[in-house]
Design a protein. Structure first.
Lengths: 164, 164, 164, 164, 164, 164, 164, 164
């Protein structure tokens, strides 16, 4: 039975493709889900379907509701939730997803550059792993599903402790 | 993995068929469920199976119990619950289903004409989208499953805000 | 430790006062809660606090949200939920509360005239008792809390079955 | 029985004091809780109690864990969660708290200036009210607890709709 | 997606076969599960696998534990729980299963002769239908899954009330 | 903070008084709750409050609903559930309560003579202790609350094992 | 629908292979899951993927987090949890898994030699069966899935009690 | 409203008294609970109350059940769970409690010497803080309840980072 992994967070870089391709190359039995990443569609889905709103607040409110039909369903189905914080934007919805996933008891992996470590400390504390690069997320998933470690990158494990 | 969508509410118009056909035409991976919509069967299922009752109250009580075996099971299995309020009848069971779904945390879409907006405000507040026409429900499901927006109806999105 | 009883439903007759006074006269250790019953305040609380909305839909939406801060909290605290359906109005919010309470597993008592028996059959089926008069609700609460029955109204119990 | 209200979010302005004083002036039966708002203590609580860490990541990790002992407990006890986003800082922990509270089904009130409306749209959609000023939060709590509306600010309610 | 129906209760008559054959004849997409109905195996499974016990109490204790590995798992997987009380034996485990299923919110159908109506009133009250014959259980399942009523037995429905 | 102990089961002997008096004599901070033990009132509460029913089935159904308002509320509040099976009657409601409590994860103590050991094996397996006499229940509660053992009855503990 | 069985605990002997082969030989529809049993990989997975840590505490902390992505997911999916305590090592993580599974209400089987009976008494009390040999676990699973008992080992059942 | 803190784990040293006295000296509004720490009583409570058992396994089984009435109730009531692992004994019940508390989402603090870091890594990973000395637990509770840090021990905080 495959795993379902929800990829939450920023939609301006191609981190999702890196992870998806990496998992595919590794032959992992994983299905990736996530929010709609077409920014214009994501912003306008509410008014495009339900009718225009003059006030931007309600324009956004409609859209956030429509997006939540998708995201909440997929988030609750997920076995693992990966949350990516990019270098720009506030990405409060990514942190919101992380809190939502934490309260549901989902295993969380965060993915962000070191510069965000301090403001993300509460989110990272609720995660089981903090990754810096998409390939590390692929490695985490391979280990979780198949129990095998990468051979070429990360730490040299030859001097690692051995006892029980 | 497909979605299961429960269509709750009025059983006197063909709104369910509109949605079902629309989703089929759009090729969506959705299974629709709902209450028994044969009104006579729905009213009499209790006494037809378990034996006649003289008092109408118990006639209804038996029937409501038998219907609940179906509806509660399907409602709890649903990924999304659509609740339709028609122009006639009180449809308290539709509102009951909405409350039940809300407490379970299911994404809810309501479908009703504007004339009911005020008395349905509590139900609508618990919904993620309020639709006026069955084709909007199809559009919502297509967006939720596939992330694509309709091109011809709804608002003109070309002037929509763009930021993050 | 006293009981908390949420009185949901119609706000146009004085059924709440009947129950409250009856419980007080019976000396029951019960605290009654419920929605705001000042109709104008309940309709306008959203815009009165958060600012005016031109469209009636959002006027209602704001108000329903503000009312839900109160009603959802009190409903979840309640030990018993009484839901009253009057002779007028659609009272979908009452049926919504009943569904919400049912999904939470709360004991439900409905209160309504016989004329609504058929359309309320699903709601009544989810209830543990269907009362016709407020004094019956008081009797139910007295029995639930103190185990004593009324002596003067209801059925003559002298011919009731006795075995185990 | 009083209400417990958790005040989550920014710790650089005095919005908590405004709300606390307002609720006290209104005589509301509310207990306010929240994170430790002494910024230095909040940042250093981990190492101050458990011992120094060289790497800032683990310094933060220790502190986030220690703070979570407090915040998670108080958040789960809360009847209502108010989440404030100030004009500065990323405040991902505030959005995280909002997501956590949403998954627990807590009524949420957000408090932030309009400039954040678009990036906060997902968080606001999960809230029951979006306030702009602390006095509005006090008004919301007064209405939730006592059912009374403010008389001098907000919308003119004289033209509000009336029926059901 | 088929339904899973747990058949709890007496193991001395062939009621399970009646239901299973009836559902098969009706072509219902149902999988039936239940406890081990080989009485000797059910009584001795504990000691047969884990080793003999001198005291009958622990003999039974071991067996009840081993049976619970099966029954608890299948009960929790079930969409519907049917509980049968035969004419003999105390069948406390059937009533225990009914209570367990009730607390989990499973739809319950009881099956027993009228003579047990009074002592089973609490169990029946927690059920959505009380059947007297296995074929009625099959009819209930057909209605729940396919929405069709039996044509030849049960009440004459021609005089049933019709409106809403 | 005191404990709440629900005493479920037979209502024809004075086992509840034995436990209550014993706990009082021991000065334990325990509140005992339970069903209404006035057999006639318990059987007739439904019709006495809600009106007569001709058919005994509905007479019982009404009564079971009314009793459940009390019993379900108190059962869910309980810290410990004691279930007593006497020498007579089928007491299916006691077994039902035990199953309900088990699914809620409540600590269960059963109280019954050895003659019922075999048919009660499933219920006993779900219990944390099987007592034979009410004074043992008092001893269990004293130990649970205060950590002290009885000095005069039960086993001679002087030869008990000591290690860890 | 097959069962998923999580094999928790010691990773230094081949008990998992015994159970897996036995179940396969018996043709049981069971999928076995468990932690990564390559000891070096399990100890170093954190640093191997996420980067080296100087302090052994954080080395272990990273690894435990990465392992938990796998183990928590598989544990929550399991129908049955088998926990093995070998003759050596402290195996606190096995006891931790047992407590975790117990709180989730999973059926637990423990597997350990008699010498650990006293210190494992709390864990065993939360289990539905305590096995001494892997073949007993296979027998338990065969009985749970297929209702058949082993014929050659364990107790002689010919003198077992038979009544109800 | 005070906090309830469950002190789980070893019963051979006086760590509980250290914490209790420290919290009292600090004037914290905390109630401490825990298992019965009289080792002989804890081992023999089952047979002392319920009657002797010849086989040590059942002697322990009875005792573990009786202890669980207390420990499970107090553990579920706790706001925070502190789990101490001493230098001796296997203390599997402490690890079991930690797993149980983790699945319930309770904040966990572990207390143990560094020598156990490696075998306790899974338990520590599920904790929000790992303490070495009882006074650190008191400091954690003071910070959690009152937001104040100790002034004399732990790290020098003057050079701690300051940003957000």
């Amino acid at each position: 039975m495959g795993w379902q992994v929800y990829l939450s967070g920023e939609i301006h870089t191609d981190w999702r493709e890196h992870i998806t391709r990496g998992a595919q190359a590794a032959g992992l039995d994983v299905t990736f889900t996530g929010p709609v990443t077409d920014h214009a569609a994501s912003d306008d889905c509410g008014v495009a379907i339900l009718g225009a709103e003059e006030r931007p607040f309600w324009h956004d409110h409609l859209g956030a509701g429509v997006n939540a039909i998708r995201t909440r369903t997929l988030l609750e189905r997920a076995d693992v939730v990966v949350v990516c914080f990019g270098e720009q934007y506030r990405q409060w919805n990514a942190a919101f997803d992380a809190g939502y996933a934490a309260a549901l008891g989902k295993p969380i992996v965060t993915l962000h550059p070191e510069q965000h470590d301090h403001p993300l400390k509460e989110v990272d504390r609720a995660a089981l792993a903090v990754a810096r690069r998409p390939d590390q997320v692929v490695d985490l998933l391979r280990y979780a599903l198949e129990g095998t470690l990468p051979t070429t990158h990360g730490a040299d494990v030859s001097t690692a402790p051995s006892a029980a």
